[in-house]
Design a protein around this ligand. Structure first.
Ligand SMILES: [Zn+2]
Ligand SMILES: [Zn+2]
Length: 365
């Protein structure tokens, strides 16, 4: 179905696109205004109505991930500067190219941002988040710290039903990341318990989704008392302080030998070590957080304890589809969201870096 001629705009369109962009690694975001891009082929132009601010945006602004031991993983190579960051995008379809079947002006949608090249082995296997030639929104293509964003194909757009847009936007990264990690932790029951380390935006999303998937709340560990309170309010079965010297012994006793799965949403040496030390034999440590550093493991303990250490990075398009169906059914309760005007993009990044954001900050253009 052809919706509008290429580039024809719905009546409420604005002729300019206003963005906050990273011009140089490590620099502060700068405001920019450009002519509105026009969709061609299968492209869909969204008017951004909400865009979440993620820890990954900080790593992108810094241009690297910390690998520990003074090593860095360079992110700058794949980033087209100047770049509008922002990959948790919800908005309204403004215009669609002639081959963008099904995209109609006025539809409210969440964008799956982890877009691949559509040709490589990872893309053919349906895990385009691992594509080596990614077209990821806000990472290797212009993202949602902007009034508008171009999505290459309508298959990356998801109906969010009656969910509020500022919550729906966060499903594209924090929700999807939590959902994919929880899928790797399954099955979780009262007797196969789950520990979540880190109750920031993604950890909080995971608590709500874990309750929806497993009907049992996870134990949550966080050093911040206010985040522990938020975790309990979100449905955690217990919230503990990992700085408590007696904690490990107490958890091993409470769980009758350790957790079946631990999800580390922080990803620093101390959290991963704590996670490994609280696993039962045969348990699974799922590392999600990208804080950085390295983990030293006594190799014989891997076979002797039969533990699995796996990584989980965002999620696939199929997982996004499953998550959106779950969320539309209303069982995934929104986490705490702080809304900010788009013009506060840099301030929101600063507050996130300083730990001043509880839950998720969402920019509203
Ligand atoms: Zn993210
Ligand atoms: Zn690919």
């Amino acid at each position: 179905m052809n919706t509008t001629a290429p580039g024809r705009l719905a009546d409420h369109g604005t002729p300019l696109q206003h963005s906050f962009r990273l011009h140089r690694i490590g620099a502060r975001l700068q405001a920019a205004a450009d002519p509105l891009p026009q969709p061609t082929g299968t492209e869909v132009l969204l008017r951004v109505q909400a865009c979440g601010v993620c820890h990954s945006d900080l790593h992108l602004a810094d241009g690297f991930f910390d690998l520990g031991g003074g090593l860095k993983l360079d992110l700058a190579k794949g980033m087209p500067l100047p770049l509008a960051l922002g990959h948790e995008i919800a908005g309204e379809v403004l215009a669609a190219g002639p081959q963008a079947d099904g995209a109609l002006p006025g539809q409210r949608r969440v964008a799956y941002p982890w877009i691949g090249c559509d040709a490589c082995p990872a893309c053919r296997r349906g895990v385009e988040q691992f594509c080596d030639r990614p077209r990821a929104l806000g990472v290797t293509r212009q993202g949602g710290f902007s009034t508008h964003v171009m999505v290459p194909h309508p298959r990356y757009l998801f109906d969010h039903g009656s969910l509020p847009q500022n919550f729906a936007a966060t499903l594209a990264c924090s929700g999807l990341t939590a959902f994919s990690a929880l899928g790797k932790a399954a099955p979780i029951t009262q007797h196969e318990p789950l520990l979540i380390i880190g109750a920031g935006g993604v950890g909080q999303a995971a608590i709500a989704i874990a309750r929806a998937l497993f009907c049992v709340g996870p134990v949550v560990a966080d050093i911040d008392p206010s985040k522990r309170d938020a975790a309990l309010a979100a449905g955690a079965s217990d919230a503990v302080d990992p700085q408590d010297k007696e904690l490990r012994r107490r958890l091993l006793k409470q769980t009758d030998g350790g957790f079946a799965a631990v999800i580390d949403f922080v990803g620093m040496p101390a959290t991963a070590e704590f996670g490994l030390s609280t696993l039962r034999k045969g348990g699974k440590l799922i590392v999600v957080g990208l804080f950085g550093g390295s983990l030293s493991v006594a190799l014989p303990t891997l076979p002797l304890r039969g533990v699995n250490v796996v990584g989980s990075y965002v999620g696939s398009l199929t997982e996004m589809d499953q998550l959106m169906a779950l969320a539309r059914s209303g069982v995934v309760t929104p986490t705490h969201i702080e809304t900010r005007p788009l013009a506060d993009a840099q301030a929101a990044l600063d507050d996130l870096r300083a730990g001043r954001i509880r839950g998720r900050a969402v920019l509203l253009p």
